[in-house]
Design a protein around this ligand. Structure first.
Ligand SMILES: Cc1cc2nc3c(=O)[nH]c(=O)nc-3n(C[C@H](O)[C@H](O)[C@H](O)COP(=O)(O)OP(=O)(O)OC[C@H]3O[C@@H](n4cnc5c(N)ncnc54)[C@H](O)[C@@H]3O)c2cc1C
Length: 189
């Protein structure tokens, strides 16, 4: 244990932050390549808190090898309504994808990842990413406990303003005034 009270260990050459579609696809590819990794997600169920219309194109499902998604509804038509515009309807004439809850998508993608070469830690938040000469150091928080882990490579898939931008200036954070705000509700059919 260090003077700060953290453990510093290096267990996996690759750390993936975030279990959205990007993080889960990265994990699946690393599993297929038999490369050792750790996937970290602050959610218990990947995607459960994500505001999303939930349309998944058929091609994306094929790419990920997903045949069935629980609670998925086929999509053949899309209707869109923008402020001060009439409702627009696009009829595709055939199924072009499905509509699904992000939690169901997240759990299905998680099952398809497999765990051969990886370790998956849910309900674990990455607080900080620090780049050092020896590698990247991640500060993790889970249920009031903190831990530091080092890794050679970090795949930061934690969303539009990824956590690593706090300390690593790869690009500017998208400012709040350029972000959209979303309210989401689900209707029982
Ligand atoms: C309103 C709205 C509607 C949309 N509708 C559609 C649609 O119908 N179809 C479609 O294909 N796309 C849609 N999108 C886009 C889609 O949601 C994104 O393209 C997609 O979620 C991006 O995936 P991602 O894996 O990059 O990031 P995310 O899905 O944002 O995943 C990031 C993950 O990282 C986790 N995370 C974040 N910070 C940390 C941290 N510090 N530590 C640990 N974990 C962390 C989050 O909990 C999250 O699970 C929509 C987006 C919005 C905003």
């Amino acid at each position: 244990m260090t003077a700060t009270g953290y453990y510093v260990q290096c267990r996996h050459p690759v750390m993936i932050i975030g279990a959205g579609p990007a993080g889960l696809i990265a994990a699946r590819v690393l599993t297929e390549l038999d490369i050792d990794y750790m996937l970290l997600s602050r959610e218990k169920v990947p995607g459960e808190n994500k505001a999303c219309a939930g349309f998944i194109p058929s091609g994306a499902l094929r790419d990920f090898g997903i045949d069935t998604l629980p609670g998925a509804h086929p999509v053949t038509t899309v209707r869109m309504k923008f402020p001060r515009q009439d409702m627009q309807t696009v009829e595709f004439g055939a199924k072009v994808g499905v509509n699904v809850s992000r939690a169901n998508l997240g759990m299905t993608m998680l099952k398809h990842v497999g765990t051969g070469s990886g370790e998956i830690r849910l309900q674990t938040e990455v607080g900080q990413v620090t780049v050092k000469q020896s590698g990247c150091e991640l500060t993790l928080h889970k249920q009031g406990q903190s831990e530091k882990l080092t890794s050679e490579i970090v795949i930061d898939a934690s969303g539009v303003n990824p956590v690593s931008l706090k300390t690593v200036q790869l690009r500017e954070r998208l400012p709040d005034h350029l972000m959209g705000y979303t309210a989401q509700y689900q209707m029982e059919l």
